[in-house]
Design a protein around this ligand. Structure first.
Ligand SMILES: CC(C)(COP(=O)(O)OP(=O)(O)OC[C@H]1O[C@@H](n2cnc3c(N)ncnc32)[C@H](O)[C@@H]1OP(=O)(O)O)[C@@H](O)C(=O)NCCC(=O)NCCS
Length: 403
């Protein structure tokens, strides 16, 4: 194993491990995610979350025919503990909770009235979590009552439980994990308003719409984070929770950031962003013409649609591409924006078949070293790339292998 990669990964992920401890996650699992082979992988990751101290309430979307089978499979899987670890065979207790819906569902779980109506059930679920068990709710609807739509019931319960127990996250397992069909949007990190606008403009299937609407209502009513996470991609849930880039869509009620490919119309904003760092000799000036070249790709980070950072990939030579013009606006530094932009540029370079990326920097040598860039000398660059080097600037060349 390459220790530096492991160490890098561990350093990046451990703050999330700490942040999530003792938090409460409500996870909605649609029937498609309950197929045995998928369920086995999901439960393995949920068991890991449990061992890391995350409290969970699972809500199963299970038809009446499959309900008993799904519940016993889930309990069996959790009874195995955390396979391949010292926690194997240490059963994780799962307590089935009832959530009666004696009153008709009007699709609105957000009134104080509806929360009060379920107070007793919600208190019981909270108690289950405090006792170290996972709460499991698999609602059924009274088939004689045609006024109650099963999809609405499930989503009502997900919202009511998340709000009632004041969960930290409502997570919906869903395929695909993004509602955004626009290839230019790189990170699906949306504010509640942006998520609402998307729901209004996208034509979604009814079941998807109901789930997403539940997520929106929960976020609007006080759940700080909503997530849409793939159930088919192995490890997607862990990547969403423990990496800066995540794997799916995050809906945040507070701070949020999007990263997208810059367009020609963004050039002025990028030149503005660069100005202060050029003045302080932190960045090399780049002409408008160079920023708009076909061989240049720029990613722009926006906070609340305000540009707050950028990075450029200059592709002079396919195998080895230059990363430059990387900056986070001064007020937005130390919020991981630089790291996310860098990782975006590296992903793009990899997609283009590059095996290495390099950067010239004067003031951020240590920062790049933390991202596995190694100091090098000019001889390591192909001649076309070397020609662009400005001797007088005396910046340091750092190279990273990205294969
Ligand atoms: C370098 C830069 C892009 C980092 O962006 P950022 O969003 O602030 O960085 P992140 O939030 O991802 O990382 C922050 C961490 O890096 C550290 N850090 C920030 N700048 C650093 C630097 N120049 N050298 C060493 N460490 C640095 C911070 O102290 C913080 O450390 P922590 O883990 O203890 O919290 C940003 O400081 C910047 O815009 N600098 C000016 C332009 C520049 O020099 N660009 C690079 C040349 S292309």
């Amino acid at each position: 194993m390459e220790f530096h990669r492991f160490a890098r990964w561990f350093r990046d992920s451990s703050p999330y491990i700490r942040e999530h401890r003792d938090k409460v996650f409500v996870i909605l699992m649609p029937s498609e995610s309950l197929r045995h082979e998928i369920l086995r992988d999901i439960v393995r990751d949920l068991a890991l979350l449990h061992v890391l101290g995350i409290k969970q309430v699972l809500i199963l979307e299970s038809t009446l025919d499959n309900r008993a089978n799904h519940i016993s499979t889930i309990k069996d899987l959790f009874a195995r503990g955390l396979p391949s670890s010292r926690y194997r065979n240490q059963a994780i207790p799962v307590v089935e909770e009832t959530f009666d819906l004696s009153a008709p569902v009007h699709g609105d779980a957000n009134t104080n009235h509806s929360i009060a109506q379920h107070r007793k059930q919600v208190d019981h679920i909270a108690q289950t979590l405090d006792q170290g068990s996972i709460g499991l709710i698999a609602p059924t609807t009274d088939s004689s009552n045609r006024a109650i739509n099963y999809g609405e019931t499930i989503n009502y319960i997900a919202t009511a439980v998340a709000l009632g127990i004041e969960a930290d996250k409502l997570i919906i397992l869903h395929e695909p994990a993004s509602l955004v069909n626009n290839a230019d949007v790189v990170n699906s990190d949306l504010s509640t308003d942006a998520f609402q606008a998307l729901l209004e403009q996208e034509a979604l299937e009814e079941s998807t719409y109901l789930r997403m609407n539940a997520l929106l209502r929960a976020c609007q009513q006080g759940i700080n984070r909503g997530h849409i996470v793939s159930y088919e991609t192995e490890g997607a849930l862990l990547a969403e929770l423990f990496t800066a880039d995540g794997s799916g869509t995050q809906i945040s009620t507070d701070d949020y950031l999007t990263i997208r490919r810059a367009m020609d119309t963004d050039t002025d904003a990028i030149l503005d962003l660069m100005k202060a760092d050029i003045d302080q000799d932190r960045l090399v000036p780049r002409s408008r013409e160079m920023l708009s070249r076909d061989s240049t790709t720029i990613f722009l980070a926006e906070h609340d649609r305000v540009p707050v950072g950028c990075v450029a990939l200059y592709s002079l030579e396919q195998g080895m591409q230059e990363i430059g013009t990387l900056l986070a606006a001064p007020k937005h530094r130390d919020r991981n924006i630089g790291s996310r932009l860098l990782s975006q540029a590296e992903t793009e370079a990899r997609k283009r078949g590059a095996s290495h990326v390099y950067v010239f920097t004067k003031h951020a040598v240590d920062w790049f070293k933390r991202h596995d860039y190694l100091p090098s000398n000019l001889g390591a660059l192909p001649s076309a790339n070397r020609d662009a080097y400005d001797d007088e600037r005396q910046s340091t060349l750092l190279i990273k292998e990205i294969e």
